[in-house]
Ligand binder design. Structure first.
Ligand code: TRP
Length: 450
């Protein structure tokens, strides 16, 4: 990405190509693994209401902001901020994003490793794949085993490093353009199957009937904001880079809206696939970060030809996870390349291996480094929470303040393609106080600070 960023001419070949590429970075484990477990923990329907508010009121305007910063500065994530606002305080925005990228990368490939492990399991076609088999126990045993946990994590990380080193991200994007629609089709199919299960009624009730108690809890809103930023891919400059390739004739507000709607629909469809199984097979919806991994084998076990669906599903999910991991590693690598003048290969290897070292305790956190109580949060849960509920919101506050204060209204509005009309005025004005304040409040209340 960075190589092309230097050349002003690099642009997406079509609006369609940009949308699918951005959707490729946005759609990942966040939509399947994270959305389902966070929704399950936060009361289902109440969480979904809070999530929709978070996506439309905060996700959409901030996505427009990140894309506008990228397109008008035509720079990578690090230099874009510096070009628009060279003054010191704004640098922190870039820094927080960088730290968040590294933190998320220390566990994202661990989860991707669980996906790859499942893929291998279904390819081999051995072991318990029948309905009612103890899928939870098998999964827990697999992630507790240090050899399995580490080797799958290393494999995913090695693939990520190799791809970033080669700088073939655009090749990956092209692959994305083909595979994304296949993945979505498969999801819809599996959700349709999920809805035929006995527990579908209870799943629908859980997902779409708000629990008023949960709606009153500040934690529900913090979880929703954190999940919205994670899933859209906000808060670390990935979309700044993507925005830098958007042709000036394309409408950013419309593209951003289609992206957030697409990303949300995919998460909801994934919910329709996972929760019927959760209720049919008596899994606790608040099971935690392993929820999707316990519920999905039940779906595949129950459906005719489930093994083949499982292979296709986990293969596509591995690819979706890989494209997201690549976009995350690109942030610190681009920074090192720009700062130190290193080659991409060296930067990817050094940065990637350092992150790999950080991820080792995370990968071992479900076995030899597991917390003493079975229901206690693991290291992975902690890093996941801190990055999404603190770092991403902080960085989003920085982006909003930068657009609101470092950029004057006419410049910002024209960069966003919102020069005329009330929406543009609302967008820029809200960046000054309303958006940062809302994020700050949700965060402080959710964490119990105020
Ligand atoms: N959005 C991706 C997912 O849902 C993860 C991801 C990729 C991400 N790039 C990001 C999250 C940038 C935050 C910021 O799996």
């Amino acid at each position: 990405m960075t190589e092309q960023a230097g050349k002003a001419a690099a642009e997406w070949t079509s609006g369609h190509g940009f949308l699918l590429a951005a959707l490729g970075a946005a759609v990942g484990l966040g939509n399947i693994w994270r959305f389902s477990y966070v929704a399950g923990e936060n009361g289902g329907g109440a969480f979904i209401i809070a999530y929709l508010i978070a996506v439309l009121a905060l996700g959409w305007p901030l996505l427009v902001a990140e894309l506008a910063i990228g397109r008008s500065s035509r720079g990578d994530a690090v230099s874009a901020f510096a070009r628009i606002a060279p003054a010191r305080p704004w640098r922190w925005t870039g820094w927080i994003g960088l730290v968040a990228a590294v933190a998320i990368l220390s566990y994202y490939p661990v989860i991707a490793g669980w996906v790859a492990n499942y893929l291998w399991f279904y390819i081999q076609g051995t072991g318990s794949q029948s309905v009612g088999a103890d899928h939870a126990a098998r999964f827990q045993a697999a992630i507790a085993d240090p050899v399995q946990a580490l080797s799958w994590f290393f494999l995913v990380m090695a693939l990520t490093i190799a791809t970033v080193a080669a700088g073939v991200e655009r090749g990956i994007e092209r692959t994305c353009t083909v595979l994304m629609p296949v993945f979505i089709l498969l999801l819809v199919l599996l959700a349709g199957y999920g809805l035929s299960l006995d527990g579908a009624g209870r799943a629908m009730a859980f997902l779409f009937t708000p629990d008023w108690n949960a709606l009153m809890k500040p934690q529900t809103y913090l979880a929703a904001v954190g999940q919205a930023f994670f899933s859209i891919g906000l808060g670390m400059g990935v979309l700044v880079t993507y925005g830098s390739y958007v042709p000036s004739r394309q409408s950013l507000p419309r593209a951003a809206l289609m992206l957030v709607i697409g990303d949300t629909i995919i998460a909801l469809v994934a919910g329709l696939m996972i929760f019927p199984a959760v209720f049919t097979f008596g899994v606790n919806p608040a099971y935690g970060s392993a929820l999707a991994f316990i519920a999905l084998p039940e779906v595949f076990a129950a459906m005719p030809g489930g093994r083949w669906f499982a292979i296709a599903f986990f293969l596509l999910l591995s690819i979706a996870a890989l494209t997201s991991a690549i976009s995350l590693l690109e942030v610190p690598v681009a920074w090192v390349v720009a700062r130190r003048g290193w080659g991409r290969g060296r930067a990817a290897f050094v940065v990637g291996s350092s992150i790999l070292a950080l991820g080792v305790p995370v990968a071992l956190g479900h076995g030899i480094l597991a917390p003493s109580g079975a229901s206690e949060a693991t290291l992975l849960d902690h890093v996941d929470r801190v990055s999404s509920d603190i770092l991403l919101p902080l960085s989003a506050i920085g982006v909003a303040l930068l657009v609101g204060w470092a950029w004057n209204a006419p410049t910002a509005r024209s960069a966003a393609g919102l020069s005329t009309g009330r929406l543009g005025l609302l967008w820029h004005t809200s960046m000054r106080v309303a958006v940062p304040l809302a994020i700050g409040l949700v965060m402080s209340r959710g964490l119990g600070w105020i």
